[in-house]
Design a protein around this ligand. Structure first.
Ligand code: GCO
Length: 456
């Protein structure tokens, strides 16, 4: 592990340089963001999403904050694109907001929404940034949420219609595209653990959401393909489970955790099936004839994306009614989220994806980064721990590419400090500090280290 005591503002000695030099010249570097977390959805005729509804309920979100203003990226996007280009990144992974484009149930397309994404995408192209778009990063229109959200088959069909709209207006300018960000978060985290909108804790809702979000992915891929797009991917988040003890039972539970978190999504997208161990539990609650949808879910892709942050330590939990495990705190160094720093988990998943699921596809790390207790002092933020985090994860990728695993790019999460979902604006993931009162952007030391390494 690289120590996190790198001197601030000596970017010429960037700890990222040696890693970047070991990667192929064609390797792509970018930053990632998402619409609800940065745009500010009180501007430009944006409709309401289930996140607004969730945030409105007392104590669901830290300080009862929401995405109404975000980072005001809606107005400041030129500044933000300049920051990306000036750092030397070549790609920008962003998401389009479904309720910004279709704010009302039957109200037609919002021209201000179309105009905003036209400006944004053209701004990327003008700066030589490759647009990598995600169509759904969790901002489900409230009117669809009111009709069952991801528990309803119709939502997947509506998502296909929305995909068609995006493809017609923007498709030829989007170099890379993926339907859904992190289907595990959309389904399990939001419908079983209730941590995210819509905040449910129901096994029946979970099973349905775990299937219909996958169906939405497959239908959307088919629409993208019908428009002739050739760089369609998926963005799956992965968490590395380690058993809390050496018992056979804990080993079984850790495998089950892997099934729910990781294999459910990999197996369905790449193999057209759900894993038996998870299905054995969810079967009674699954939608009728779900099997018939699996070939749609497994529609061929052109690239595979992995979001990776941390690992989980898995322990038995006799009180857990359906799965029998809980995630407990481990003993590795932790980020400000309390997430353990475990770069070897990233290698594990990239290697597994390449060998077991997607042997012919280029793989992108579509998100990786950490929350840090950053402080703005005399106009500077020294986030040496974040630079070390990036360096340690890039080191894993260097070893993999040397082995021949086809990792083609890496996106740091995130460009800006932003609305970190249930944690509100309290947890800071950005390369760039945001003062949420003035909206002033201040690049942190990690930003300058990227800049030094990407502009040798
Ligand atoms: C996710 C999302 C991002 C988060 C990031 C940090 O992975 O949860 O894609 O929206 O902000 O991961 O938690």
């Amino acid at each position: 592990m690289i120590a996190d005591d790198s001197p601030m503002n000596s970017p010429m000695n960037s700890p990222l340089t040696s890693m970047i030099n070991k990667l192929p010249a064609s390797f792509s570097f970018g930053v990632a963001t998402s619409s609800y977390q940065i745009e500010g959805n009180s501007f430009g005729g944006c409709g309401r999403s289930h996140w607004d509804e969730f945030a409105r309920q007392p104590d669901k979100v830290f300080n009862n904050e929401d995405g109404a203003i975000g980072c005001d990226h809606y107005h400041l996007f030129e500044t933000d694109l300049d920051l990306i280009a000036d750092a030397g990144f070549d790609s920008y992974r962003f998401s389009l907001s479904w309720p910004r484009l279709l704010p009302e149930r039957a109200g037609g397309v919002n021209p201000e929404g179309i105009a905003f994404y036209d400006r944004l995408i053209d701004g990327m192209l003008a700066r030589g940034l490759t647009p990598n778009a995600t169509l759904y990063h969790w901002d489900l229109p409230l009117y669809h949420a009111a009709e069952g959200g991801w528990q309803a088959r119709d939502t997947a069909s509506y998502f296909a219609d929305y995909t068609d709209l995006v493809m017609r207006h923007f498709g030829d300018r989007l170099a890379m595209i993926a339907p859904v960000n992190e289907p595990w978060c959309v389904s399990f985290l939001s419908h079983y653990w209730g941590h995210h909108a819509p905040g449910l804790t129901s096994i029946s809702a979970t099973a349905k959401a775990m299937h219909f979000i996958q169906l939405a992915h497959g239908l959307s891929v088919q629409v993208m393909r019908s428009h002739g797009h050739k760089q369609i991917g998926c963005v799956l988040n992965k968490e590395f489970g380690v058993p809390a003890d050496n018992s056979d039972e804990t080993a079984r539970l850790t495998a089950l955790f892997d099934g729910i978190y990781n294999r459910w999504f990999e197996e369905s997208v790449f193999k057209g099936r759900y894993p038996d161990d998870v299905l054995a539990i969810l079967a009674p609650y699954m939608p009728e004839k779900f099997e018939l949808d699996l070939p749609i879910i497994a529609s061929p892709l052109d690239w595979a994306g992995v979001n990776y942050y941390t690992r989980s330590v898995i322990a038995p939990d006799k009180d857990e009614p359906h799965f029998g495990f809980k995630c407990i705190s481990g003993n590795l160094p932790k980020t400000d989220m309390g997430w353990e720093i475990a770069p070897e988990g990233l290698s594990y998943f990239l290697r597994r994806l390449a060998s077991r699921y997607a042997p012919d596809l280029p793989i992108y790390v579509t998100e990786n980064g950490m929350a840090n207790s950053d402080r703005l002092i005399n106009g500077r933020v020294d986030d040496a721990a974040r630079t070390a985090y990036f360096a340690n994860h890039l080191a894993e990728i260097c070893s993999l590419t040397a082995e021949g695993v086809p990792v083609a790019g890496y996106y740091a999460w995130s460009l800006l400090d932003n609305f970190e979902w249930a944690f509100g604006y309290d947890k800071r993931f950005g390369l760039v500090h945001v003062d949420f009162k003035s909206q002033k952007r201040t690049p942190k030391s990690s930003y300058y280290y990227w800049q030094a390494a990407l502009n040798p």
